[in-house]
Design a protein around this ligand. Sequence first.
Ligand code: SF4
Length: 356
Amino acid sequence: MSDPIDLLSLSRIELQQWVEMTDKRFRADQLYRWLWKQGARTFDEMSNLPASFRERLQNECKLQTISLSRTQTSADGTVKMLFLLASGRHVETVLIPDFDEEGDPSRLTVCVSSQVGCAMACSFCATGTMGFQQNLTSGEIVDQVRAANDVAVSTFGQRITNIVYMGMGEPMLNYDAVLGSVEKLTSEDGMGLAARRLTVSTVGLAGRIRQLAEEEYKVNLAVSLHSPFDDKRSSIMPINRKAKTDLTALMESIEFYTQTTGRGITYEYCMFEGFNDSVADAAELSKLVSRAPSKVNLIMYNSVSGLGFNQSSENNLNLFIARLVKDRVRVTVRRSRGQDIDAACGQLAVKHSTEV
Ligand code: SF4
């Protein structure tokens, strides 16, 4: 007997193909809605499907989902969730609330993981120290969002508003599953979220950026830059050492992306004390990012013990911002969130895997 098919990992077209081997197309549509609109995670819940079809599902399929194994809540409201995958490995997801002046949440962002560990080995990142362990399925990515949405509703009385693919892993190295999750999150038969609420973040895989430019989904793109100089960038991001993903190739792919989509991008720039936070760095950054419509998001780095990077001082941050503003670069600052709960990328999962 062959292994059961994980229905949650199939794209809509794959699901249709499987259903249509013996049943009508509309059964696939019903099944898709049960899985992604209603969020059914047992076949028994699918009450409008005939018993014979449910029996086929029971016999040939499985629903490989994730289970919440730990939650930590920060004093600033950030909620970090650790999920157990079917493989026995753990992955983390963060719910980040932003509050308005009345103290009500104005935005509820979920940061999802796309891989366990990461092969990119960026030297400032906790996940990078784990190496690559596995890709998540599209279903495992969407189920992080569903679980975080439940937490958002029970904790803040509101649904999530934004999703960023900035957790563990490099989304572009798990491209099909990431795009599959976008389909389920944005389709009307799925969670029905607006694509402009989703941001896929990459360390800068130039070929994939070009590919994403030509996809039908109008998600946002964020690129982790962290230095405008090839030598410095290569010293902390090994991906930059390859000719097809160095700064020259990356910037060409970004120009292609913005011209093809008509949308700007966001550069993520972690501020590391004494490494990339001088006015000279800011001046070079201005030149680079002005090549395509964009904004720069400066991130106040959450230090990870043993990795040797510290957060920039407020003085350096202010001088850096002033230089960017002088050059008419759009700039925002993201303060570290959840500092009391190991909220740097991958920290909770790294801690957990070394504890068990
Ligand atoms: S920063 Fe992102 S791409 Fe780099 S090692 Fe960490 S998870 Fe991977």
